[in-house]
Design a binder for this molecule. Structure first.
Ligand code: FPP
Length: 246
């Protein structure tokens, strides 16, 4: 049976988060510049979002550029920013046709102005789409996001808009950039690395992890389906016992 047919569409994760890793190694193994790996990585994002739409996954969040990635050689950072602009430009029509909403999380104001403009335009044009939400984490780090949320809450308390006693997990989560989406049930990391690298630390409290040795440019929707099938075999207990669940 084909892997897609093995996916139980009644037990789909609503939200899948991906740490796309291995673009550089993939390119170097082909004797190419690292930026070629990022270009090929875009094809993987396209295929995976197509897979999400085919089976009905509502939220896909991809770690496209971390706060720490600013420390990479300036040529690579520039190539990634260029790629972001051209990709959004090239794909805006496809996003619209397939009713995909584009979203971004992270310190967006730190990006070059043309990235901000391109993102804002396409996010505005796709804001009412409801087939699937594709979120790009850009200049993102979870510790930054959590610190920003703490600052917003502190300001509300200071301005008497919020009582100290009223702060709880829900009020806190509402100040995160992911406030309008469910927490990911499944997180995938490619390239054989078993790390979280400062990604969605609050949101992954009960997320299932799936690691694969495949490098991101080799990852396709079939690999996504395989990860989902693996996830569906697991028992999510949320701290309870197996007997309690049955
Ligand atoms: C990790 O591979 C990947 C990144 C840091 C960037 C991911 C970006 C893309 C796939 C394309 C750009 C995104 C959009 C939305 C246009 P790595 O470079 O860390 O690989 P390595 O670990 O082998 O060095």
């Amino acid at each position: 049976m084909e892997i897609k047919e093995q996916v139980d569409i009644h037990k789909l994760p609503q939200h899948i988060a991906i740490i796309m890793d291995g673009n550089g190694r993939w390119a170097e193994s082909q004797g190419e510049f690292r930026s070629f790996g990022h270009e090929m990585g875009v094809l993987s994002i396209k295929d995976v979002i197509e897979g999400c739409v085919e089976i009905g996954v509502k939220y896909l969040t991809v770690y496209a550029f971390s706060t720490e990635n600013w420390n990479r050689p300036v040529e690579e950072v520039n190539a990634l920013m260029e790629l972001l602009v051209t990709t959004i430009n090239n794909e805006a029509e496809t996003l619209k046709q397939n009713k995909i909403r584009l979203n971004a999380i992270g310190n967006i104001s730190s990006l070059p102005q043309k990235c901000i403009d391109e993102l804002n335009e396409t996010m505005r044009e796709t804001s009412l789409n409801s087939n699937c939400t594709l979120t790009l984490a850009l200049s993102y780090s979870a510790k930054w996001e959590i610190t920003e949320a703490a600052k917003k809450i502190a300001a509300k308390v200071q301005n008497n808009e919020l009582n100290l006693e009223a702060i709880n997990e829900d009020t806190f989560a509402k100040e995160l950039s992911t406030a309008d989406m469910p927490d990911p049930e499944l997180m995938i990391r490619t390239s054989g690395e078993h790390r979280i690298s400062n990604f969605m630390l609050w949101q992954i409290a009960y997320t299932e992890f799936y690691f694969t040795d495949k490098l991101w440019p080799d990852f396709r929707k079939e690999d996504l389906f395989e990860a989902i099938v693996d996830y569906q075999k697991r028992e999510r207990r949320f701290g309870k016992t197996s007997q309690q669940l049955n």
